[in-house]
Design a protein around this ligand. Structure first.
Ligand code: SAH
Length: 522
């Protein structure tokens, strides 16, 4: 029979990084993803590009795109056709998600089925608002119920007398019946002054909450226009609510960031920005041209004869790997010990099969020099440094001064790439970005050339981040003032530079940037 299988994966409450590690693994391995209305398309992007993606759009009270029976049948069919099917469901699959019915359908059809739990909004909703569902200072019990009235089911028969005695009550799908729910609780003896809250879109960028005494909760949430999806929380624990609790954990929530380097270069930033809650967009203003020259050919052929290979950018790694492949060489077999400046370069080098030795703690030329020196690897040794056409001389000069021989070879050049000027001006005019990141003068030139008066004026409210003084100077020459010039080109420094607050992460004037040629796009 087929090797198909259905994995129910809890997608978590909304923020993409609240997916479990096991859930992520299942998505990366999926051949078909069957999903509901989701807060974040970032989760779907985890699945391989060629995987089927099927929206079965169950959106609360809106008419479902498919009935539950049709969804069950779809899961069974896809699995029987031999696919690894991920059924992606909001929160936890078994918390008011009809996951149980889907499991039963698979079992009855003889289809293998597995469940990956998720973080339920029943817990994450209160937590987002800083409300612990249980806290021994306030009681010892909590209950989660559905407030959705389904006349064909038993939910109409909730035991409100019992629920009124639970310390913390969490109600899902209750917004339509909020008045009735509150009335039932008051009738059953819960005090009108009991602290209560409605938390909407918890962990998403548009999350909101209101806190009010139980009796006035419906009125307050109407006044604030709160609606589905939201969790209702009733109990003394609501006193602890702190709306800043979660937002602090996602420092860049909702921040729209324009990145101007190539897709390949921007990729690690995009990932990190998404995890911090930001919404990155990549519009490449540069392109990398790999150089094919006699010098390049010669140095690739001579790789095994060097004592060490030095790499200062992922671009250099890609160019080297490309030329080696063309020459029919396996880098893992012919490359000498390799040292990298920076974790991103080291990761790219490892992925290319290079034997990466220890990385320096300080991720700049000085750090690398100090490391090699400490290991006694400099005096009398020969190094190859494949890099950009224009690069700083600190590393080769430092090594030569310490008695090494260094062959510097240009493997690529960074060129400006013309953006679609109309489109760029339009996006700036519509204020689609809160921040723009430039990593090299090559990216600054085409950007500034595309500006007209209106789009230039629209830059006033945008946080301009320049990586490296050379990049900052290129902006200033074109009358664009960078707001932040991080001292380092690492992802962590970029995140810091984008965080709200005046000039955070900024290097003092004259402070040397970390990168080889004073910009990050080496
Ligand atoms: N299985 C899901 C719940 C599905 S029922 C889970 O475990 O979270 C849908 C209900 O979940 C919504 O009506 C709402 O009450 C709640 N919900 C889902 N996501 C939410 C969010 N981000 N914020 C607040 N409530 C949410």
């Amino acid at each position: 029979m087929s090797a198909g299988k259905v994995t129910l994966v809890g997608a978590g409450p909304g923020a993409p990084d609240l997916l479990t590690v096991r859930g992520e693994r299942a998505l990366r391995d999926a051949e078909a993803v069957v999903y509901d209305a989701l807060a974040s398309s970032a989760l779907l992007e985890l699945a391989p590009a060629e995987a089927l993606r099927i929206d079965v759009g169950r959106r609360g009270h809106a008419a479902a795109a498919r009935t539950q029976e049709e969804i069950n049948a779809l899961l069974v069919r896809l699995a029987k056709e031999g696919r690894r099917v991920v059924r992606l469901k909001g929160g936890d699959p078994f918390v008011f998600g009809r996951g149980g019915e889907e499991v039963t359908a698979c079992q009855e059809a003889g289809v293998a089925v597995e469940v990956v739990p998720g973080i339920s909004s029943a817990l994450a909703g209160p937590a987002w608002a800083g409300i612990p569902v249980s806290d021994r200072r306030f009681g010892a019990s909590f209950a989660v119920v559905t407030g959705h009235k389904d006349p064909t089911r038993a939910t109409a028969a909730l035991d409100w007398d019992a629920l009124a005695r639970v310390d913390t009550l969490v109600v899902l799908m209750g917004m339509r019946n909020l008045d009735e729910i509150v009335e039932q609780l008051l009738d059953a003896g819960r005090s009108a002054a009991t602290p209560a809250a409605v938390v909407m879109n918890a962990t998403r960028e548009d999350a909101r909450a209101v806190v009010a005494p139980l009796a006035s909760l419906p009125e307050r949430s109407r006044a604030e226009e709160l609606g589905s999806p939201a969790v209702i929380v009733v109990g003394d624990v609501v006193r602890l609510h702190d709306p800043a609790a979660w937002r602090d954990a996602l420092p860049l929530l909702g921040l729209r960031v324009l990145l101007t380097r190539t897709e390949a270069q921007a990729e690690p930033w995009v990932r990190a920005l998404r995890l911090a809650g930001a919404e990155p967009t990549v519009r490449p203003m540069i392109r990398i041209e790999e150089i094919r020259s006699e010098g390049v050919e010669r140095s690739v052929a001579a790789l095994p004869s060097y004592d060490g290979l030095l790499l200062t950018s992922a671009n250099a790694v890609r160019a080297l790997a490309g030329r080696a492949a063309e020459a029919g060489l396996e880098l893992s077999e012919c490359a000498p010990p390799t040292w990298c400046v920076g974790p991103a370069t080291a990761a790219a080098a490892r992925a290319a099969g290079l034997p990466v030795a220890a990385s320096p703690k300080r991720t700049d030329a000085e750090g690398l020099l100090a490391l090699l020196d400490a290991e006694g690897r400099v005096q009398g040794r020969r190094f190859l440094l494949p890099r950009a056409e224009k690069g700083r001389e600190r590393l080769p000069e430092g090594l030569r001064a310490a008695g090494a021989e260094v062959d510097v070879e240009a493997f690529y050049r960074t060129l400006s790439a013309e953006p679609d000027a109309d489109e760029l001006r339009g996006a700036l005019g519509r204020r689609e970005y809160d921040a723009i990141v430039f990593a090299s003068p090559s990216a600054v030139r085409p950007f500034c050339a595309a500006l007209d008066e209106a789009s230039r004026a629209a830059l006033a409210g945008v946080r301009i981040v320049a990586l490296g003084q050379v990049t900052a100077d290129a902006l200033r020459e074109r009358d664009v003032d960078p707001d932040v010039v991080p001292a380092r080109a690492e992802t962590s420094a970029l995140l810091l530079a984008l965080a709200p607050g005046p000039g955070s992460g900024s290097a003092g004037p004259g402070e040397a940037p970390a990168s080889e040629n004073g910009s990050a796009d080496r």
